[in-house]
Design a protein around this ligand. Structure first.
Ligand SMILES: *[C@@H]1O[C@H](CO)[C@@H](O)[C@H](O)[C@H]1NC(C)=O
Ligand SMILES: *[C@@H]1O[C@H](CO)[C@@H](O)[C@H](O)[C@H]1NC(C)=O
Ligand SMILES: [Ca+2]
Ligand SMILES: [Ca+2]
Length: 203
C-alpha cells in the first residue's frame, strides 16, 4: 500500500516502520544510546542491508573500509576497529553493540569518546597503551590512507606521531600510557584535542 503514496514523508515513514528491529525492539536502544527512535530505524535499515544475518563480522568491516579507502590497505585498521566494536570479544558485532559504540563516537561526552579511543589503541585490552600498540595503530592508519592519496607522506611520519604521543602522554615515563594519563593530558591540552581530529575522520 505504500506504493499508492510514493511521494512525501508518509511513504517514507511507512517504509521505515516496516523495518522493525525484532530481537528486543528499539525502545531499550533509545534508552541506551543518544539516538532517536527514527535515527535508530534508519541505522537499522542500513545495518540489515549490509548484514542481513543481523550480526557484523570482521570481514564486513574490512569490505566497508576498503570501499572508503580504495587507494590504501585498510584491512589492519578495520581489524583494530572491529575489535573495539566487538565488546563481547566473540567475533561478532550485533546491532546493539554497533549503535552503542556509534552513539559514543558521535554523541558521547568528551570523556566517553576518549575512553572509546583509548580502548581502540589498547590493542590487547590490558588497560595500557604501549609504544608497540601505538606504532601498529599509526602504521595501519598510514597504510589505509595510501601513498597514492598522500604521496608526500614521509616514511618516518608514523614514528614521529608515536614519539610525540608518548612524550605528551607518558607523564611518569614508565613506557606505557594509562587511561588516567591519557584522560588527564587530553582534557588539559587543546592541541591534542585538535590533533585527534585525524581519528574523527577515519572512525
Ligand atoms: C556472540 O554473541 C552474540 C550475543 O550473545 C551472539 O548473537 C553471536 O551469535 C555470538 N557470536 C559467535 C560467533 O558466537
Ligand atoms: C549520551 O550523552 C550523554 C551526555 O553527553 C553522555 O553522558 C552519555 O554517556 C551518552 N551515552 C552514549 C551511549 O552515547
Ligand atoms: Ca595494551
Ligand atoms: Ca605512564
Amino acid at each position: 500500500k505504500a506504493s499508492a503514496r510514493t511521494h512525501g514523508s508518509t511513504a517514507d515513514d511507512e517504509e521505515l516502520s516496516a523495518v522493525r528491529y525484532r530481537p528486543e525492539g528499539l525502545d531499550p536502544l533509545v534508552q541506551k544510546t543518544n539516538f532517536s527512535r527514527r535515527e535508530l530505524q534508519v541505522l537499522y535499515r542500513g545495518f540489515k542491508n549490509e548484514c542481513p544475518s543481523g550480526v557484523v563480522n570482521e570481514e564486513t568491516f574490512k569490505s566497508i573500509y576498503s570501499q572508503f579507502f580504495p587507494h590504501g590497505d585498510s584491512s589492519m585498521y578495520a581489524h583494530f576497529l572491529f575489535e573495539a566494536f566487538d565488546t563481547r570479544n566473540n567475533g561478532s558485532v550485533t546491532f546493539e553493540d554497533f549503535v552503542v559504540s556509534l552513539s559514543i563516537i558521535l554523541r558521547g561526552s568528551i570523556t566517553d569518546k576518549l575512553n572509546w579511543a583509548f580502548n581502540l589503541y589498547d590493542l590487547n585490552k590490558d588497560g595500557c597503551v604501549t609504544r608497540e600498540e601505538m606504532t601498529e595503530i599509526m602504521h595501519s592508519i598510514y597504510d589505509m590512507m595510501g601513498k597514492y592519496t598522500y604521496p608526500c607522506m614521509e616514511d618516518n611520519a608514523p614514528k614521529e606521531h608515536v614519539d610525540n604521543f608518548f612524550q605528551k602522554m607518558d607523564k611518569n615515563n614508565d613506557g606505557v600510557v594509562t587511561i588516567e594519563e591519557f584522560l588527564e593530558t587530553c582534557q588539559k591540552d587543546e592541541s591534542i584535542m585538535q590533533s585527534m581530529h585525524m581519528f574523527d575522520s577515519v572512525i
